[in-house]
Design a protein around this ligand. Structure first.
Ligand SMILES: C[S@@+](CC[C@H](N)C(=O)[O-])C[C@H]1O[C@@H](n2cnc3c(N)ncnc32)[C@H](O)[C@@H]1O
Length: 240
């Protein structure tokens, strides 16, 4: 762990930025091993392990898959530089694509971006959703290929932009990533009738979308429930 005199010492300790990630984003992209800048009294876990302002997350050892919604302003770049050095995780920041830190830590080092479609409503430390939206566009930034794959398979809504294209994703990325709804719908159409859930799993097991998402069975079930599909019997579904 860095000792005093480390460049991160005495930086970014004001802790005024208590704007918490909407939980549905963590549900979609998690689980994460570490949130290095979590609130002292967090209403929900953002990762298995939290560092807070009391620890000064910049002075601690980072490990595993990191979730980073960092303090704002000039502090953002310092935290992103640390995630670049760590190399594994996803950050949520404002899409200030022309800022110095974006050029330095995002365009140069990230593996993929997901520009979110609507302005987010962050949450207060009480857990309450902010009445007003953030007033600026947000972007999710992946570091490392597994996190790029998670953004590619996300259902959060927005524009996925690969910055490094792995061979397994190349065809899909060039053609435009299909949504889970498109994928399930096309399988249903080919089956021409009601399809048992197990058969759907079997047909989709090798699809690029399922290969990039460890929770793909859950995704398929979510997609069926969201429609346009209907349950005809027990575990049997058809397109509505
Ligand atoms: C924008 S909020 C995000 C909170 C949380 N990461 C999330 O995703 O919901 C930034 C957080 O960084 C914390 N913070 C500020 N300076 C810090 C530091 N030096 N070490 C650890 N956490 C810090 C603040 O207390 C605040 O909870």
């Amino acid at each position: 762990m860095p000792k005093s005199g480390h460049p991160y010492n005495n930086r970014v300790l004001d802790g005024k930025d208590e704007w918490l990630t909407p939980p549905y984003i963590l549900d979609d992209l998690g689980p994460f091993d570490l949130d290095p800048c979590a609130p002292v009294d967090a209403p929900w876990p953002t990762a298995a392990h939290h560092y807070t302002i009391r620890d000064n997350g910049l002075l601690q050892r980072w490990f595993g898959r990191v979730w980073l919604n960092p303090p704002y302003g000039s502090a953002t770049g310092v935290w992103l530089d640390r995630l670049v050095a760590h190399g594994r995780g996803t950050a949520l920041i404002f899409a200030r694509t022309d800022s110095a830190f974006f050029f330095r830590a995002v365009w140069e080092h990230a593996t993929a971006l997901l520009f979110l479609r609507s302005h987010l409503h962050f949450h207060h430390v009480t857990g309450e959703r902010a009445r007003h939206n953030s007033g600026a566009p947000s972007v999710l930034v992946a570091y490392g290929m597994p996190d790029a794959d998670r953004l590619a398979g996300s259902d959060l809504g927005g524009k996925f932009v690969p910055l490094v294209i792995p061979r397994s994703m190349a065809v899909v990325a060039l053609a435009g990533e299909p949504s889970w709804r498109d994928v399930v719908h096309s399988v249903m159409r080919n089956e021409r009738g009601p399809v048992p859930l197990d058969r759907l799993y079997q047909l989709l097991a090798d699809h690029p979308k399922t290969r990039s998402n460890n929770h793909w069975r859950e995704k398929i079930r979510q997609t069926l429930k969201r429609g346009p599909f209907e349950r005809v019997d027990g575990g049997v579904w058809q397109a509505a």
